[in-house]
Each structure stands twice: as structure tokens, then as C-alpha cells.
Design a protein around this ligand. Structure first.
Ligand code: F6R
Length: 611
């Protein structure tokens, strides 16, 4: 949610800022802007839309300077206009900001009462005024910032400059990360390590409630009282994730195709992780899973794993609801927080609420040194690599496979002998990357079906048990990138109301189990589930809907469905991942055929750092 970049060094800042913003663009793309500082003052350029619009404007100017700041925006306060784009200026002060100043309305009133006028609708401009008021009184920039911080409520990171000292940039982090990098004496500030990665492979992240002051070739870190911190700061190796499209048209498709490797790496790293084997599994008999969007869907899938493989009870909450809800969590509860970015504000707030209740917390995240990983008691990492497309694909399947392997290990450690799944499951877990690769071979077929469904008015994803949870993920993916109406229902629930929506312009996608053994009718549970799905199929067929069955490979489903992409035979706990892959491919192709902006869907951003 918004990306910020800062540069001070011995070269012209412009190309650092534009290249850095392109790296951060996945965080928000409503508008972008830069400010360049030199002896001739401050030059600001801003443009609505993606960074390329800003780049085009900048290319017509010959901007020169010692330092600069840049921002790519996901609008929260104020419409998507050039006037609301960052950088914002008040008097001498220019700044870029990520996060929210929660008490900005009352601060705005105070500022207006002393005769200042705000030009934008943003909370950021309030911050610029507050700092400017202090520098006007004669305080140096660092002092001015420490005088303003106690007045602010919320989580934020910002980078600020004062033309009195144009080679100096000051960055502040409160609950939202800000990275510092050094590239041969060029100092960079960025919302994440990706923003630095084109320039340096060394950096560190500020702790919350820290301030960094950067000059060419040096930096100092202060606490919020303005005291220099004495701790040793070591520059860590930044991850070297490839951000090239390598022949793919979009990051989403590249990331869909990276799933066999992401899942393989996640399991390989997990089983070497000392953290996994140090988890005190015997202390817990209940799991509370939380996350947002796709990450919560991973939790919904994993609930089945914890209940059926480990034999503990499990509940799943929206992270955004947890801090407000009364719930019956026992001390023997393990709270599992799932987040690709590790920076989602709602998930962080759920983590803090769980810790306040004295509960043990385990985070599952894709980002080392993320706030979630640093603040939780235990942390396990997915190894999906950098996910750039806003729609989550490889992060989701890596989360599900990690949670499955975790449940497996947990049942092993507590010696849950009655778990009948254990002996069968391991080979399927090992075969999963290969099965995902086989599922990806359906790509062309899925595109062909998407072409047929271009005029469909509504999409209903139906499943039973864990496949209903996968149906939820498939519907979310379709909504967010194709902007089509899509909904998921437990198959048996359809007849209790939603059936009224089904007509000849509807598409119904039945996520059915193929069964563990490949011989789908020999397993009683498979048999039962398939029988019940047959009833659902007939209910929608008689209303004229287009019927598309995933999974069950039987003559009945082949004959009764309009389309039928078979899936490899797998275990019923790994099968959900294969269904997800079909859902991702379908969402991608439908959105592509409709001409939608795949990697940057409207109104969304990759990392949602506001509640
Ligand atoms: C959907 C999607 C979002 C995220 C959600 C949580 O495709 O990407 O629903 O899953 O915003 O983000 P993280 O996992 O970073 O906490």
C-alpha cells in the first residue's frame, strides 16, 4: 500500500527514483510522483496513473539534484488526482508517506486554526505542515520530527527533506517498514527490499519507532526521542528474487508457473527448519487461524488438515474481525497468522490482539524480517519468492502446502497413531510439485473454455468440504482480476437460495473430488461426495447453466458436463492445490480475454498496510 523511495548520493537521483518506483509499483499504482532537491530548490513532478506516466513527464525535463524522494500511491485519503499525489509540500518541507495518520482530522483543524491552508485531501499534507511549523520555529529537521511524532496516531513510514540541507534525507518508521540500503556511497530508502534490489544487495530494515538520517555514504539511526542508537546495525544480504518476466506477458502467469518450484522449496526449507522441530506441539489442543483474502482461504483449507490429521480443533477468522470479537480462545490455543507480505495491517493487529490475550502465536509468511515474522513467537517461512502480481497465486499454494506439512509433522510429534492419513500422505506431498506441473498442462484447454465463457454473466464455484474453501479462493481470483460476478457456495447450500440466480447465462463450476486412489469410486467418502455433487449438477443443469466439472474423472461427470478438464490423481489433502491451479488459470485467461489489467487490478494493492 503505497511505495516510498529516497535517494541521496553522488549521482543524479532521477533514474534511481524512477527505477525504484517501478520496483515498488505493485504496492499501489493510482498515481506517482518525485521531488528532486538541489541548490536551486525543490522540483516536484507528479502524474496520475502508473509510474510510466510520471516517467514520460520527467523525460521532458532535465532534472538535476543531490537527492530526491518518490512515491507510488494507493489512494486512501482523497481521490485519485494529481493534487492528492505525493510528494506533498508545506512551506520548506517536502515528504512522501506510507500508512495512515489516524487523527489527521483533528490535526488538520489545529493547523487550519493557525491560518494555514491545506491544498490536498490527504493525511500526508497534515504531516508536512506539522513538521514545517516546527522548522519555522528554528528547530533542525530531526528535532522538528521528534517534536511532531508524539502528536501522531497510527502506523506510518515517511521520508522527508528540508532544502536548508538538501543532501540529507530523514526516514521514519512507526509500525510500517522502511528499508535502508547503501550502494557505493549512494544511500537509498525504500518501503521494501525490492525497491533497493536493483542498486544494492545490502541493506537493513528500521525497527518500529526508529528514525534514520542519511547523507551520501553514511547514515545514523535515532530513537523517537532523538537519541542516537548505539546498537550495531549490520547490513544484511537482500533477497535476490528475479523480477524479470522471462518471456511471460504478465507476472501473474509467471507466478502461476513458478508454483511447482515454490511448493518444492517451501517443503525443502521447512523440513530443515530448526523452528519447526522446536515447536511445543504438546501444549496446544486448538488452532486459531487468521489472515485476509487469499491468506485466510489458506487458513480455511488448513482447518481441515489440523482437525483431520492432527486431531485438534481449529477455527478460522478474518484477521480484520479478530481484535473486535469476543471469542472463546483457551490458553492451549496456538494462533496461526498467515500473510504473504507479513505487513498486512489487519493481520498484524490480530497478532497483537492474540499476544495481548497471552496466546502463543505462529506466523506463516513469505517475507524474512517482516513485521509479522519479527513480532510473533514462532515463524515459518514459505519460499515462494517475490510475488509481484497483486492477485496471490504461488504464495497461496505455498501457504497451503506448508500448513499441510506442518499438520503432518505435528501429528508425528504427538504420536497420533490413530491418524490414518499419515502413511498415505507423504508420497503425495512429495509428488505435489510434479502434479502441479501436470495440472499446468491444462493451460491451453482452460483458455479455450474461457473463450467460450466470455459472455457468461455470472460464475458459481461449488464444492463440498475443503473443496468449498478452494471454491472461495477461485471466486476471489476471478472477481479481482476479471471484474466478473463470481461467488462460491457449499454445493449442498445452493438449493437453499442461490439457485434462484442460476439461468442459461450462468456458469457453474463443480469442484469435485477425484479421490485418493485414482479409482474414484472405491473410496466411500469419494463415492458419497461424488453422489451428492451429481444432485447439484442436475439441479443446475435443469436451469440451463453451463456446467464445468473439475476433478472427478468418471463417465457420469464427463457425459453430464459441458467441459471437463481432468486433474492428476492425488490425495484428498493435496487435491485442493490442484483445483486452485485450474482456478488461477481460468481467472487469468478470462481477464486477459476481457482486456483487463492483470497484474494491477483496479482499486487494489499488493500489500494492504492500513486497517
Ligand atoms: C488476493 C490477494 C489478497 C491477499 C490479502 C492478504 O489475490 O492477494 O486477498 O491475500 O490482501 O495479503 P497478505 O498475504 O500479504 O497478508
Amino acid at each position: 500500500m503505497c511505495g516510498i523511495i529516497g535517494y541521496t548520493g553522488n549521482e543524479n537521483p532521477v533514474s534511481f527514483l524512477i527505477k525504484g518506483l517501478k520496483q515498488l509499483e505493485y504496492r499501489g499504482y493510482d498515481s506517482a510522483g518525485i521531488a528532486v532537491f538541489s541548490d536551486n530548490g525543490t522540483h516536484i513532478v507528479r502524474a496520475v496513473g502508473p509510474v510510466r506516466n510520471l516517467e514520460h513527464k520527467v523525460s521532458k525535463l532535465s532534472l538535476q539534484g543531490f537527492s530526491g524522494i518518490g512515491h507510488t500511491r494507493w489512494a486512501t485519503h482523497g481521490k485519485v488526482t494529481e493534487g492528492n499525489s505525493h510528494p506533498h509540500q508545506a512551506g520548506r518541507i517536502t515528504l512522501v508517506h506510507n500508512g495512515i495518520i489516524e487523527n489527521y482530522s483533528e490535526l488538520k483543524e489545529q493547523i487550519e486554526q493557525i491560518g494555514r491552508t491545506l491544498k490536498s485531501e490527504t493525511d500526508t499534507e497534515v504531516l508536512a505542515h506539522l513538521i514545517d511549523i516546527e522548522v519555522e520555529k528554528g528547530f533542525l529537521l530531526l528535532e522538528a520530527i521528534t517534536r511532531v511524532i508524539p502528536k501522531l496516531r497510527g502506523s506510518y513510514a515517511f521520508v522527508v527533506s528540508d532544502p536548508e540541507d538538501p543532501r540529507c534525507l530523514i526516514g521514519v518508521s512507526q509500525g510500517i517498514p522502511l528499508w535502508v540500503g547503501n550502494s557505493n556511497g549512494n544511500m537509498l530508502l525504500s518501503s521494501d527490499s525490492r525497491g533497493l534490489s536493483l542498486f544494492t544487495n545490502e541493506g537493513f530494515v528500521l525497527k518500529s519507532a526508529e528514525i534514520v538520517q542519511c547523507r551520501p555514504g553514511s547514515f545514523q539511526v535515532f530513537d523517537f526521542s532523538g537519541h542516537l542508537t548505539t546498537k550495531n546495525i549490520s547490513l544484511t544480504q537482500l533477497s535476490n528474487d528475479s523480477s524479470e518476466l522471462v518471456g511471460f506477458e504478465h507476472y501473474m502467469m509467471k507466478e502461476i508457473y513458478e508454483q511447482p518450484l515454490a511448493v518444492l522449496n517451501t517443503k525443502a526449507k521447512l523440513i530443515q527448519s530448526a523452528q519447526l522441530y522446536s515447536l511445543p506441539f504438546k501444549l496446544w489442543d486448538h488452532v486459531q487461524l487468521m489472515g485476509c483474502g487469499s491468506a485466510r482461504h489458506a487458513g480455511l483449507v488448513a482447518k481441515h488438515y489440523f482437525e483431520q490429521i492432527v486431531g485438534v480443533t481449529a477455527t478460522v477468522d478474518y484477521a480484520s474481525e479478530f481484535s473486535d470479537c469476543f471469542n472463546h480462545t483457551q490458553p492451549s490455543t496456538l494462533v496461526i497468522l498467515i500473510s504473504q507480505s507479513g505487513e498486512t495491517a489487519d493481520t498484524l493487529s490480530a497478532l497483537r490482539a492474540a499476544k495481548n490475550r497471552g496466546l502463543a502465536t505462529l506466523s506463516i509468511t513469505n517475507r524474512k524480517q517482516s513485521s509479522l515474522s519479527l513480532e510473533s513467537d514462532f515463524c515459518l517461512f514459505t519460499e515462494a519468492g517475490c510475488e509481484i502480481s497483486v492477485a496471490s497465486t504461488k504464495a497461496f499454494t505455498s501457504q497451503v502446502s506448508l500448513l499441510l506439512a506442518l499438520a503432518y509433522e505435528w501429528s508425528y510429534q504427538i504420536e497420533r497413531v490413530e491418524s490414518s492419513f499419515r502413511p498415505q500422505l507423504n508420497p503425495y506431498l512429495s509428488a505435489l510439485p510434479e502434479q502441479i506441473a501436470q495440472t499446468l498442462q491444462r493451460d491451453k484447454q482452460i483458455r479455450f473454455i474461457a473463450e467460450k465463457l466470455l459472455s457468461s454473466r455470472s460464475f458459481f464455484f461449488l464444492g463440498r468440504g475443503v473443496l468449498f474453501n478452494v471454491a472461495q479462493e477461485c471466486a476471489l481470483k476471478l472477481k479481482e482480476i476479471s471484474y466478473c460476478f463470481a461467488e462460491a457456495y457449499p454445493a449442498g447450500e445452493l438449493k437453499h437460495g442461490p439457485l434462484a440466480l442460476i439461468d442459461k447465462d450462468s456458469t457453474v463450476i463443480l469442484l469435485t473430488t477425484r479421490g485418493s486412489t485414482g479409482d474414484s469410486v472405491s473410496d466411500p467418502l469419494t463415492h458419497l461426495q461424488q453422489d451428492k455433487m451429481k444432485n447439484t449438477l442436475q439441479e443446475v443443469k435443469s436451469r440451463g447453466a453451463f456446467i464445468w466439472t473439475w476433478g472427478a474423472d468418471t463417465p457420469y461427470f464427463r457425459q453430464e458436463s459441458h467441459e471437463f478438464p481432468p486433474l492428476p490423481s492425488s490425495h484428498r489433502f493435496t487435491e485442493p492445490i490442484l483445483h486452485t491451479v485450474l482456478g488461477q488459470l481460468f481467472a487469468y485467461h478470462l481477464a486477459h480475454l476481457k482486456g483487463a489489467e492483470i497484474d494491477k487490478p483496479r482499486n487494489l494493492a499488493k500489500s494492504v498496510t492500513v486497517e
